[in-house]
Each structure stands twice: as structure tokens, then as C-alpha cells.
Design a protein around this ligand. Structure first.
Ligand SMILES: Cc1cc2nc3c(=O)[nH]c(=O)nc-3n(C[C@H](O)[C@H](O)[C@H](O)COP(=O)(O)O)c2cc1C
Length: 316
């Protein structure tokens, strides 16, 4: 997820047992401009597990060039973005807007495969553009025909943005249309949700986005559950604390102290939301708000030491 699942977050997801992580979306044109910060920040890989980078483009030539550059950089897999509903992206006809123009979408898929030069290529999409155009199964069949390796389907249309509930059952139309592995996505926040999403969609796996922010260990819990491993146990508060500190440090290394602290705030906030303490809503809000005001790491770390020891106080 752009702006959330950066390299600092992905490191924690892998640490706690996520089976695979995908980079934030990167535009083919941006890669072609060879901006070193993009490769360093967005595409960075820990060296553990498969290195999967997601590419978005509105022109086949940008997709092709972006895929070539990623292949040269040594990634293991390229994922095509046809799921992003943002007007900035769809306005430029990429992301989920491509689902409204199947011919262009197919040309983008072809271009990704050409640029990837034999690397596995996967596709992330929505159910379709709107309820009158639920064409994920058609695109899936094309993707299978030309040789993509995997599909992920978010159970909403582009026009739904994030409204309502993801329709896991509707994802089964895609699962039934192809023999390729299909991953179901949208509103999965627990092992129970993962079970329901798999049962309703018939998909081969689950993809989790928003609900892992602030609790990356939940991905490991779902992985362990789906693999039938019964020995998973929730990390202690000390491990969660250590993970958050590592993520903050990584964020500062990636972006510099000032920007790094600003970017990691949403993760600090979400981590505080998921801390099991008997704080009232007001107290939790105060803690979150105080934690997000620090502009230097030392006092932030000191504050978090006290929060995780439940000995916090917020100065008036
Ligand atoms: C802030 C934000 C950024 C996102 N960025 C991306 C992205 O870069 N690539 C992508 O495929 N999906 C992106 N998504 C969509 C998510 O990957 C996912 O499909 C969607 O949030 C539904 O799954 P969830 O309920 O598990 O979050 C983004 C979603 C949000 C909220």
C-alpha cells in the first residue's frame, strides 16, 4: 500500500512470518527516470523471501521499460497494478482504470511480460470498474493465456473505492474462470476472516493490507493458521515494542530523521491502537497524539519505553 507498506514496514511483516510481501506501487515512468530514491526506498528488499515489486503504468512502453529495469535490478517477480482507485492514478488511465479499457489492460499485461523477459509476472485487480462491468474473470483468462503466474482480486469495484464490504463470494467468478492461483483480498483482519474469505471465494490464498498496519504479526498468525501450524503465539509486548523501534529506526535510515519520523507516525499510532491495555478511548487518543508530536528520536523512544511499560504520562 502506497505510503504504508514501505520497506521499513515490510521488514517487520517478514520478521513476524508474512509468506510474501509486495512493494508499494511504483510508476514505470518514475523507474525509467532512474530516480535513485525510488529504487532505494520503494523497491528495497530485505533479502528474505521473494522480491516482488508492483508496477503501475498508463502506457505499455512505460510498463515495458519499468519491467525491464526491475528485471535488471534482480527482482524475483513483477506485480501489475490494476487495483488502485486513486483519481491521480485512474485519471491517468492506470491502476483500476485499466479495467474500464480491457484492450489497453491487455496491452499493459503484454508489455509487462515483454519487459520482464521471463520473470514471473502477477496481476492485482478489482472485481471490475463498476457493478455493470465485472470483468476480472475476462482479464484473468487473458492473463492466464499469456502466461501470468498469479492473480490477486480485491472484492470491490473501482467505483466502490473502499466503501461497504469486500465481496469475497464474487471473487469466486475469477477463481472459477482460471486454473491460475488466485489470492482474495479486502477486509481480511483475522484468521476467522481469512477462513471465511477462502471459503466464500474458493481462492488459494489471502492478501492483507490495512489491518496489518500497527500489528504486522497478524500476518504471521494467518500464515501459521493456513499452514496448519498450531504453535503460533502472539508476540510479547516487549517484542512488539522492539519491532516498532526497529521500524522507526529503519524509517529514519530510509528517509532521514525528520521525514522518517513523520512517515512512521501512522504506524506508531496504529501500534498504540493495537496495544492491549485498559486505557480509555480518551487516554489512548492522548497517547497517540503525544507520540506523533516528537521530532527527535531520543524523546520519542523514551516516551514509547514508558507507554509500553504502561508508565506513560502526557505533559499538559
Ligand atoms: C492508502 C492505501 C494505499 C494503497 N496502495 C496500494 C498500492 O500501492 N498497490 C495496490 O495494489 N493496492 C494498494 N492499495 C489497496 C490495498 O492493497 C488493498 O487492495 C485494499 O486496501 C483492500 O485490502 P485491505 O482491506 O486488506 O486493506 C492501497 C490501499 C490504501 C488504503
Amino acid at each position: 500500500m502506497s505510503g504504508s507498506t514501505d520497506a521499513a514496514f515490510r521488514r517487520q511483516a517478514v520478521r513476524f512470518g508474512a509468506e510474501a510481501v509486495v512493494s508499494e506501487m511504483v510508476a514505470g515512468e518514475t523507474l525509467a527516470m532512474a530516480r535513485p530514491d525510488v529504487v532505494r526506498r520503494t523497491c528495497r528488499h530485505e533479502g528474505k523471501g521473494r522480491w516482488i515489486v508492483q508496477l503501475a503504468a498508463r502506457r505499455p512502453e512505460d510498463m515495458r521499460r519499468g519491467a525491464e529495469l526491475l528485471a535488471e535490478a534482480g527482482v524475483d517477480q513483477i506485480d501489475i497494478n490494476m487495483g488502485c482507485p486513486s483519481r491521480q492514478v485512474t485519471g491517468g488511465q492506470s491502476g483500476s482504470a485499466l479495467m474500464k479499457e480491457p484492450d489497453l489492460a491487455k496491452a499493459i499485461i503484454d508489455a509487462a511480460l515483454e519487459g520482464a523477459g521471463g520473470l514471473p509476472v502477477s496481476l492485482k485487480m478489482r472485481l471490475g470498474w463498476d457493478s455493470d462491468m465485472l470483468n476480472a474473470p475476462e482479464l484473468a483468462q487473458y492473463a492466464e493465456h499469456v502466461g501470468l503466474c498469479m492473480l490477486a482480486v480485491h472484492g470491490r469495484t473501482r467505483c466502490q473505492y473502499y466503501k461497504g464490504q469486500a465481496d469475497w463470494a464474487r471473487v469466486s467468478d475469477t477463481v472459477n474462470a482460471v486454473a491460475l492461483p488466485v489470492v482474495v483480498n479486502g477486509d481480511i483482519g483475522s484468521v476467522e476472516d481469512a477462513d471465511k474469505a477462502l471459503q466464500q471465494s474458493g481462492a488459494h490464498g489471502v492478501m492483507v493490507g490495512r489491518s496489518a498496519v500497527g500489528r504486522p504479526w497478524m500476518l504471521g498468525e494467518i500464515s501459521a493458521h493456513l499452514a496448519g501450524r498450531t504453535n503460533w503465539s502472539e508476540p510479547s509486548a516487549a517484542e512488539k515494542h522492539e519491532s516498532l523501534i526497529e521500524q522507526i529506526e529503519d524509517s529514519m535510515t530510509l528517509y532521514g530523521t525528520c521525514l522518517g519520523l513523520r512517515i512512521v507516525r501512522k504506524h506508531i499510532s496504529a501500534s498504540i491502537d493495537w496495544l492491549a491495555n485498559d486505557w480509555s478511548d480518551t487516554e489512548r487518543r492522548e497517547i497517540r497524539s503525544a507520540a506523533c508530536k516528537f521530532v527527535e528520536p531520543a524523546p520519542l523512544f523514551d516516551f514509547l519505553n514508558r507507554v509500553y511499560a504502561d508508565k506513560w504520562s502526557v505533559a499538559a
